[in-house]
Design a binder for this molecule. Sequence first.
Ligand code: PMP
Length: 413
Amino acid sequence: DRAAVAYFGAGPSALPTSVLETAAASLVNHNGSGLSLVEQSHRSALSGQILQNARDSFSKIINASADTHTVLFMAGGGTLQFSAVVYNLFTAWALKHPELAEKGQRGTCEYLVTGGWSSKAAEEAKRLVGEENVNVVLDTKNFHHAGEAKKFGNIPEAGQWKNNLKAGKDSAFVYFCDNETVDGVEWPKGTPVDTLGEDPDRIIVADMSSNILSRTFDASKFGVVFAGAQKNVGSTGVTIVLLRNDILKLLASGGSLPPKLTPQIPVTPVMMHYPTISKAGSLYNTLPIFDVYIASLTLAKLLQRDESGKTALQQQEDESNAKASLLYGVLDKYENIYHVVPAKSVRSRMNICFRIKEPGDEAKFLKGGEEIGLLGLKGHRSVGGIRISNYNAVGVDSVKKLAVYLEEYAKGI
Ligand code: PMP
């Protein structure tokens, strides 16, 4: 029984039961058509409408206008975007600086490494364009926190890393991961874009896979934002890419298919080429429309939040913050039992990573939770410990139930 279970998995993660029920019916007979949605052509009017709905709802929620931004749906997860941003934005750099590209230059891309996912993205860039063209502006892997080294447990103030940035005109893009799912580290709201945006020539790229739609952000500040759907938006299979139109236009000036510019600029594989995907309305090839449908239902549900003078996203943000505060509150109250891994200033509201101080007691904690229907709490295999994922579909009631368990466990009840 779904109602008996509270699920805190890190992704794929909880989805609203009402969304799953609608999707389940559609899997057999979509809207009385006699066909399953997975049997329908991705080019049918019906699929087109689903895509349009998802696109419109997403843009509306984040307050991004079609005049300035384009929303793409792509397959390949967040991981494909690690490569796609490199291919596309080095191409954009070469199109913008033909005189430099002709001299054999290729620009530099810049990474703020604050956890496992941004680290992977930076490694992919090094593979694609060579280590010498990747500027690691910041790497918190060895940042000491609470006496422990080699943990992505903190992010230093901008003053400590901003001088490592190149001038915007020399940089193909600057990349950061807004929320590090494995390490439980989230950039405080409004950072680091405030610092990166000081130079208007800088193209800012953000991986928001695990915190998109959990707080407001100013889309106008970003060149590219991407997020796999399987945490806050829907099911595994589609990734949302938000792209600034001036970048898209520059890329499209290179031709309708990926151009071969100079030997130094890698040719973008066609499935990653943003103008190709955009021109085809995200249907260059067979997109998993069923996953777009699930996303469209979740997005519509988020938009339904009653207007109390606050936008739907602002309300979601308030709720996410309240749920996270409740959990951190209990963990802090029993600091003789629990140890929250990251520093307070960068604690993620989405992935709450902590250890049970008593060695060997984590299995006991997990087992006790499972017995009362609290599931998906095991930390990522690379770091261990406990991780509570507090995504949008994790209800306030589930969080309250978990908070009670944390209290009782700490008191030895
Ligand atoms: N970025 C972040 C922040 C993630 O959490 C994940 C997956 N958990 C990825 C990228 C990779 O996404 P995918 O598995 O969809 O390729």
